[in-house]
Design a protein around this ligand. Sequence first.
Ligand code: ZN
Length: 238
Amino acid sequence: MKYEALQQLVDGARQIVFFGGAGVSTESGIPDFRSVDGLYHQKYDYPPEQILSHTFFMKRPEEFFRFYRDKMLPLDAKPNAAHLKLAQWEQEGKLIGVVTQNIDGLHQAAGSRKVFELHGSIHRNYCMKCGRFYAPEYIRDSRDPVPCCECGGRIKPDVVLYEEGLDNDVVSGAVHAISKADLMIVAGTSLTVYPAAGLLRYFRGSHLVLINRDATPVDDECELVIHDKVGEVLGSLA
Ligand code: ZN
């Protein structure tokens, strides 16, 4: 019933924008790295949100990269039904952008091109000294605890750490897409989490849909709310 309602909204939309969080990638086997669970506490002396901060990266790079290699480089993960459906809609000309909080690059792997990665990407890595580019495999396979450039500089993943600001160009691209959309699908995130809540203000379309496994405090504000897995929902649509 709800899936049919969503299908009707998608059929009637001309410019869909998708806003996704960690829940979009869980069906690809990627856990929400920001959720603190017992496993992290057993293995690491610090909570993930502290390890993934700019201060920590600068002061304790060995510990940072131990966690980063272990938890944040799922280079063998594959796009799931949600990623594939969004790429298909873009191909068909009815989706104008994917705004994501994920850093795994799975939307691009599925074929999406208009992707706004608010928190950066594990697929881009730069030398902090000379700016040389490195593939994520270099970080994964480096024998040094802290991966270094040929010039001796430290390599930094192009992901937005805690205490760091979002990229202005990415944010304005996301705002532009959201402000033009007539249907906005928010999925795998609760709308209360930064920056989702702020970006939502720019949506001027008439149809707002939320797909999230758990209830959120803003369910009442959405036209349609579906509490299921994102891939299951989108994968069932045409
Ligand atoms: Zn360098």
